[in-house]
Design a protein around this ligand. Structure first.
Ligand code: SF4
Length: 147
């Protein structure tokens, strides 16, 4: 199955949505000391040269969150920042933000979560990706905009 784009996005089945939420919920229980100052520097992809990579379950869950917020279209930003970063400097899809956004912290905040701390959760997301017919993680922009 090819990766769905912004339009005609299939719904995530309830049990698959629950699996994504369960992974995020488990991650919240494993929180490590971090001190995010909400500078949103990690959302400035052009500056960081890093973009969150989403498995298919994460992508569909995020797309549901975007739709639920009433947004009908997601467009690339001219400044290269995440297209979900709001004008107020806050994430417009915070509750549905992908795994990478939940585990990547800038150096000033304490750094990225060590892979060994979350590897089993990554594997669960990868297993769901495979179950859904995905073909591995893709960039957030590709999942939301298709480019
Ligand atoms: S989804 Fe939200 S938290 Fe993640 S990079 Fe985009 S604006 Fe930042």
């Amino acid at each position: 199955m090819s990766r769905p784009r912004n339009k005609n996005v299939p719904a995530l089945k309830p049990e698959d949505r629950e699996e994504v939420k369960a992974v995020y919920g488990e991650l919240e229980k494993r929180v490590l000391p971090r001190n995010c100052q909400m500078t949103t520097g990690c959302c400035q992809f052009r500056l960081t040269r890093r973009t969150p990579m989403l498995t298919l379950g994460e992508a569909l869950y995020l797309q549901q969150g975007v739709r639920a917020s009433g947004r009908r279209e997601v467009k690339a930003r001219p400044d290269g920042a995440c297209p979900l970063l709001g004008q107020d400097g806050r994430c417009t899809a915070y509750q549905h933000r992908p795994f990478g956004c939940r585990t990547h912290f800038c150096d000033a905040a304490g750094g990225m979560y060590p892979r060994r701390h979350v590897i089993d959760l990554i594997q669960r997301l990868e297993a769901l990706d495979e179950k859904l017919g995905g073909d591995g993680a893709r960039t957030l922009e590709k999942c939301l905009i298709g480019s």
